[in-house]
Design a protein around this ligand. Sequence first.
Ligand code: AMP
Length: 122
Amino acid sequence: MAYDQNNIFAKILKGEIPCNKVYEDDFALAFHDINPQAPIHVLVIPKGDYVSMADFTADAPAELVTGFFRAVGTVAKQLELVEPGYRILANAGVNAHQEVPHLHIHIFGGRPLGPMLTRETL
Ligand code: AMP
């Protein structure tokens, strides 16, 4: 799938749309999800044109792959989620209901999160 330069996270990265920023470095930007599914729900996105994990891990420079994953860990620490625990999730493609075609990792926390998937989804 070709990267859509006009997707909403591309616009956030370009500064065309505001976000509630949590963290930023050379490799990643993290911001609060506009429709939170947990008391803490933050999205971490890489600074590059990648749709999902497959093209990111295949095509991104090693420095960006490392920097992005480091940023996810840094944000979890910054949000004080390491000790109580948290969940990370990345939707990819139609079956996962990916809505925004720019790679993003969700960080959920702030309460016990229950089982990973509901039984109906098996
Ligand atoms: P996904 O289904 O994994 O693609 O999730 C996309 C997420 O992006 C959803 O949780 C949305 O609530 C969130 N979202 C969409 N637009 C924005 C926005 N402008 N700022 C912050 N989060 C957004």
